[in-house]
Design a protein around this ligand. Structure first.
Ligand code: PEP
Length: 252
């Protein structure tokens, strides 16, 4: 049975006070309402990871970074290494989010380096893949996603790949309100699982959590999470509203 996961990507939102209010509200609701079976991960901006990790310490809520450096340490002004992230209490890191790929031009090769460093630091990568709108319109979505997986992850050993969580995020659905249809999501999740099976075998493919991301909200989460190959969600906008995020967590 693979893990069900709901991860909230706060992106570049929340000052310290807002971040602490949000985690306080989410944790309070989860504690009071209890009926959730998912692993909950919060991905605040780097500067809040220490405080949020301290707040959730000892609770089931886990913390992720939104990115990490592609080098281990040294003269890389402004960068934050995987080992530093681990040292302030996070257990996960989002790698290859489309905003990193598209605005910061992170290549599949760079993302492979980030993934290796994250694994060395004992952070579990939430590795994002997904096609742009023109790629979907040209029926190239499978080709794009296959290339992203092959060039960034498929060199990993079985043991290391088993630490990876995949997030399928069609870029045209992120922050646009245009969610993938259940049929589109299931088709791509199954495609990804089959690729993993052909590289790593059925046992590893069956155990890999594949999250859906892209305008997932409290109204559509239940239908998406019920799909056989959708194991949860990576949530952007709706993760900034405690009630909406907790309703999504309770959608399994
Ligand atoms: C995301 O940024 O990973 C995301 C899925 O955003 P949104 O939920 O806002 O579409």
């Amino acid at each position: 049975m693979r893990d069900k996961i709901v991860a909230g990507n706060w992106k570049m939102n929340c000052n310290r006070e807002e971040a602490l209010s949000l985690v306080t509200e989410i944790s309070g609701m989860l504690q009071d309402e209890k009926n959730n079976s998912a692993t909950v991960i919060l991905a605040p901006p780097f500067v809040h990871i220490g405080a949020i990790s301290h707040f959730v310490n000892g609770s089931p809520v886990k913390v992720a970074a939104q990115n990490c450096a592609s080098e281990a340490s040294g003269a890389y002004t402004g960068e934050v290494s995987a080992a530093m992230i681990k040292s302030v209490g996070a257990d996960f890191v989002i790698i290859g989010h489309s905003e990193r790929r598209n605005y910061f031009l992170e290549s599949n090769a760079t993302l492979a380096k980030k993934t290796e460093l994250a694994l060395m630091a004992h952070l579990k990568p939430i590795f994002c893949v997904g096609e742009l709108l023109p790629e979907r319109e040209a029926a190239m979505h499978e080709v794009t996603v296959k290339k992203q997986l092959e060039e960034s992850l498929f060199h990993l050993s079985d043991e290391k790949f088993s630490e990876i969580i995949i997030a399928y995020e069609p870029v045209w659905a992120i922050g646009t309100g245009k969610t993938a249809t259940p049929a589109q999501a299931q088709e791509m999740h199954l495609f990804i699982r089959n690729l993993i099976a052909s590289k790593y075998g059925n046992a590893i493919a069956d155990a890999t959590s594949i999250l859906y991301g892209g305008s997932c909200n409290e109204l559509n989460a239940q239908e998406l999470f019920a799909l056989p190959d959708v194991d949860g969600g990576l949530i952007g906008g709706a993760s900034l509203k405690s009630r909406s995020f907790v309703n999504i967590i309770k959608s399994f």
